[in-house]
Design a protein around this ligand. Sequence first.
Ligand SMILES: Nc1ncnc2c1ncn2[C@@H]1O[C@H](COP(=O)(O)OP(=O)(O)OP(=O)(O)O)[C@@H](O)[C@H]1O
Length: 266
Amino acid sequence: MDRREGLARDITLEGVAKIFGTQGRLVEAVAPTDLVLKAGTTTALVGPSGCGKSTLLRLIAGLDLPTEGRITIGAETPAEMRGRAGLAVAFQDPALLPWRTVAGNVALGRSLARMPRDAAAVAELIRLVGLEGFEDRRPAELSGGMRQRAAIARALAGLPELLLLDEPFGAVDELTRDRLNAELPPLWEARGATAVLVTHSISEAVRLSDRILVMTPRPARIAADITVTLPRGEARDPASEAFRKTCAQVLAALREHQLPDSIAAQ
Ligand SMILES: Nc1ncnc2c1ncn2[C@@H]1O[C@H](COP(=O)(O)OP(=O)(O)OP(=O)(O)O)[C@@H](O)[C@H]1O
């Protein structure tokens, strides 16, 4: 399928539910969910730890199959889309190839998407995620936060139509996180790609997203569906009144559904 064609496709979840069976016990992680995520938008999933956010993201990524229901991205299943590198993931536990350098791992993002080699594009991504000078290091030589940034660079390298990020900036310091929050989203927004991210930070969700889905404690259900009407990009100033109001709206939704304040306070 043509990459440009792919950029205009919504993600549709119809009655999607996930139940895990472990040690003779059933764990309902995601309650039956209907949802349409519009192409070209960025959606944040927030909710208490263990509620099922990552599970939902893994289902959308095609890394796991729903127990019930189905997920389609246009006419494709997530697995089909992943098979042609139309979607890319950067998860908490970055699955970098240990024998490849940072540059080699990032370049892999391009080759998996069947894109020609482009050392300059790889170098630019490495610079953007703040890993300049570490191009020739292997994952074992990097900190957790650096590995996470290398995984984000690799995910972005293939110009995916759909980008799935699980706490992408969770293990990085505040200043770096602030810079990544400002500089990375334009890389997918400008191309009209769709993004879904899990975050524990309300302000990060408000900064990056067009829409915030507040999830209930497990099994995950959508407790609130909040549209972020602030302008995208740098204009989304965390110090502005409108920004703070949106954060307060998300916090109120978390409180209303009696979610722990540990996440709400961040
Ligand atoms: N492969 C699995 N097998 C069994 N249970 C699982 C599996 N993956 C997740 N679970 C369970 O499903 C529930 C939801 O987990 P999930 O990782 O989706 O939560 P989360 O909201 O992303 O949590 P966190 O914010 O802490 O990352 C948890 O109770 C977890 O123990």
